[in-house]
Design a protein around this ligand. Structure first.
Ligand code: NAP
Length: 271
């Protein structure tokens, strides 16, 4: 989902872009990865094991993609002299704070997926000196299944939806994140960790209401607690990331989630 928009954004910025997916590249294969990465100036890793609940039962397989994969990419990038941009997640944090999480806040993942992503961040910083780790969260885009698409489908079928109201986060459009990645690379931002999410915060319930409003649907969106959904992996209650590191290097963070949703809705929902 993100990869497609990164390719489009880099292409629009005038870069000579090569997109790779499986089977052309398997980031768990060190030799193949080194071969594919050779010769590039910048490598953006949008690949991941993203099945959060399945990772609880298959942590080793998730670790191979989310930790060993970035290690292979970091070593390959270092060998060829490329800068590595690696995408990570809010799930590296416990998500139990009350104010936006700073980039250097201690990682405390509460799920298998979060542990593998935390290991991936470490693998990147331990294997190359030229890297950007960009943590994102609550992504939606035209190129993949996501929350707005699910809500739009359910809103067409039902008069009442029940959506959790005890998790807060920053819905983020893949087009905005792709644009931020291109801007970070263009700015030659110092190696380190940055947060690539929209500004502000909302609950899933609030986001669902915004989606119904965009669609002009008279659908009631009732609140419910996360405990009502017996998800295998725990979800962070407060997934709000701060953007101080971006400001420090003079790169403008993504705008407010509601304004960006207004800009994104047509494209994402193919209206
Ligand atoms: N979606 C979110 O809400 C969210 C939130 C926080 C962070 N993120 C992070 O943002 C990034 C992009 O997410 P996304 O939603 O765009 O993910 P996505 O749509 O699930 O795409 C992940 C891609 O990785 C590929 N992949 C998996 N294993 C691979 C391997 N061994 N070698 C090469 N490619 C492999 C998948 O290929 P196949 O299709 O062949 O499996 C898929 O194309 C990921 O790092 C994710 O962890 C996403």
């Amino acid at each position: 989902m993100l990869g497609q928009d990164v390719v489009a954004a880099a292409d629009a910025a005038g870069a000579d872009v090569v997109a790779m997916d499986r089977p052309e590249i398997d980031i768990t294969d060190p030799a193949l990865t080194a071969d594919r990465v050779a010769g590039f100036d910048v490598v953006v890793n949008c690949a991941a094991w993203t099945a959060v609940d399945a990772a609880e039962d298959e942590e080793a397989a998730a670790f191979a993609v989310n930790a060993v994969g970035p290690q292979n990419l970091a070593r390959a990038a270092a060998a060829t002299g490329a800068r590595l941009v690696h995408i990570s997640t809010d799930y590296v944090f416990a998500g139990n704070g009350e104010s936006p999480c700073a980039e250097d806040a201690p990682m405390a993942p509460r799920s298998a997926y979060g542990r593998t992503q935390a290991a991936g961040e470490w693998a990147v910083s331990a294997n190359t000196q030229d890297y950007l780790i960009v943590r994102t969260a609550w992504l939606y885009g035209a190129g993949g299944p996501n929350f707005p698409k699910t809500m739009a489908r359910l809103g067409a079928e039902r008069d009442v939806l029940t959506v959790v109201d005890d998790q807060q986060g920053q819905p983020t459009w893949t087009v905005d994140l792709a644009d931020l990645i291109v801007r970070l690379v263009a700015a030659r931002a110092p190696s380190g960790t940055y947060h690539g999410t929209s500004s502000g915060a909302v609950t899933w319930n609030g986001f669902a209401r915004a989606i119904m409003a965009t669609l002009g649907k008279n659908v009631r969106v009732d609140p419910v607690s996360s405990a009502a959904f017996a998800a295998k992996a725990p979800r962070p209650a407060y997934s709000v990331l701060g953007h101080g590191a971006l400001r420090t290097v003079g790169v403008e963070p993504i705008g407010a989630w509601d304004q960006r949703w207004a800009a994104a809705a047509k494209t994402v929902l193919a209206l």
